[in-house]
Design a protein around this ligand. Sequence first.
Ligand SMILES: [Zn+2]
Length: 141
Amino acid sequence: MGAISSYCIITYSEVRFSMTNTQYALLLLRRGLRQRCPVCGRGKIFKGWIKTYERCPACNFAFEREPGYYTGAIAVNLVVSEFLIAVIAVPLAASQSVSLTVLIVLGCTLPFLFPLLFYRPTKSLWMSFDHFIHPVSSERV
Ligand SMILES: [Zn+2]
């Protein structure tokens, strides 16, 4: 614990306890969309395109709160990706206006493309959602 952690505890307490639940949910949503730390909102979650920091570079909060923490994010990513594939592919296949080759190309690329596109947003939004449901206590920061 250093000066940075103390600052985060003060920021967390000031932010969380001066807002309504709706305001706090919107704050966490903004932080999730910006892919920032749900505790301080300053530190980036990703250090590359895929790789995640173990701890927030700004406040030192441990991002992976327990083993298997990101399983929910993976599940959300899978559901969103499969839903969009169904929304795109099923009407195209049913209309019979698109060639079989195009359908095969879409069917082979979209199941890989969408999970990669949604990887970062679902992971950061999952962290924000989890943070709203299971807020961090001052002792854990
Ligand atoms: Zn942080």
